[in-house]
Design a protein around this ligand. Structure first.
Ligand code: KG4
Ligand code: ZN
Length: 338
């Protein structure tokens, strides 16, 4: 059996990433993140596409070098065609097309949301692959989705956010509390030493398995305005409790919908992905659901769960096995659906 080498390229948001995979094993996964957005408190699309343009050649070179192969050994190039920021997607799309043409090898377009889910099929010591069918919960700064995964490329979105993503809810809440960007990790850290019942924020009522987080952000804004008017030191004095209460509310929203999805489908294998899967509150809640309800949960290695090209490369490999190649007139699509 001959080895298959795939180059994966990811540029949908603010991270430029390239990875080399040999069959289903990762040889390298290089990520250049863009610090520039921190001072704006969120990703600035125009700055993101410029930074991709600067990063893409060195990042791809480094991925090939780290993998210890020559680019002549590549069997195909997989790239993110959407969803994401158009200007960012175009950089990766154009680069992938040019390199595939130059090397005269197949091009494979990859859906970023499918890739977050299929990252679970990267071969990795200590990581069990979820059996079909399973439920995928993808939670990050850009996405919040519950997907029923019947097979590698047979997926059905059961629910998604109708406004902000869960990571966005963390980051925007953090901004109101005067925390840096991204605020998720700091809120999580403080939440672990605060009282989750200190303050109460109501959970939104949203139909079916959809999510909404913009109401929470507004509730926190009014809460902060009201309390600091009475006591200017309110946030500083209660920061850990406020963070714990926000986290308690967010984890509650996620777990309510997950439980509803399990009830609706009868599926108890649950695969988590996206940057927010690092959250200690959601991890604890999942662990206790394993014990209480007999669920089985799967969380990939952290570097394969935030935006990365390894997950793009594994989808490239799965499509390569099916000879599912792209035409060279394939276009980037900002709103690509699963
Ligand atoms: O997947 P990711 O690196 O990038 C995308 O947004 O696609 O996710 C980043 C998001 C940010 O919103 C960040 O605040 C959040 O994940 N995040 C966390 C934690 N670690 C990262 N949110 C809550 N708790 C954490 N421990
Ligand atoms: Zn993502």
């Amino acid at each position: 059996n001959e080895n298959i080498y795939i180059l994966g390229i990811e540029s949908s948001c603010d991270d430029t990433s390239a990875a080399i995979l040999c069959n289903d094993t990762i040889l390298s996964n290089v990520v250049a993140d863009q610090k520039i957005h921190a001072e704006y408190g969120g990703v600035v699309p125009e700055l993101a596409s410029r930074a991709h343009q600067q990063n893409i050649v060195p990042v791809v070179h480094q991925a090939i070098k780290k993998a210890g192969i020559s680019k002549r050994q590549l069997n195909a190039i997989a790239f993110t065609s959407g969803p994401g920021l158009m200007g960012s997607l175009l950089v990766g799309t154009s680069f992938a097309k040019s390199l595939a043409l130059g090397l005269n090898i197949p091009l494979i377009d990859v859906n970023h949301m499918q890739a977050h889910i299929l990252a679970h099929f990267i071969e990795e010591d200590g990581h069990n692959k979820p059996p079909f069918p399973f439920l995928a919960l993808t939670i990050s700064g850009g996405h919040t989705q519950i997907v029923k995964v019947k097979n590698y490329f047979d997926m059905e979105v059961l629910g998604e956010t109708i406004d902000d993503a869960v990571g966005e809810a963390y980051d925007k809440s953090g901004k109101l509390l005067g925390l840096g960007y991204p605020a998720g990790p700091e809120i999580d850290k403080r939440a672990q030493i605060g009282n989750p019942k200190a303050f109460k924020f109501t959970k939104p009522k949203v139909d079916g398995l959809n999510f909404s987080f913009s109401g929470l952000k507004t509730a926190i804004l009014y809460f902060v305005q009201r309390e600091t008017k009475a006591n200017p030191d309110f946030i500083k004095k209660n920061l850990n409790d406020i963070c714990a209460s926000i986290q308690y509310t967010i984890v509650g929203i996620l777990m309510d919908k997950l439980k509803q999805a399990v009830k609706q489908t009868g599926i108890t294998h649950i695969a988590i992905g996206g940057g927010v899967s690092a959250n200690s509150g959601i991890r604890e809640a999942l662990k206790s659901a394993e014990q209480k309800h007999g669920w089985k949960t799967y969380i990939p290695k952290f570097e394969y769960t935030t935006d990365n090209a390894a997950m793009i490369a594994i989808v490239g490999y799965l499509k390569y096995l099916e000879k599912d190649f792209s035409d060279f007139d394939v276009m980037a699509k900002a709103r690509l659906k699963i």
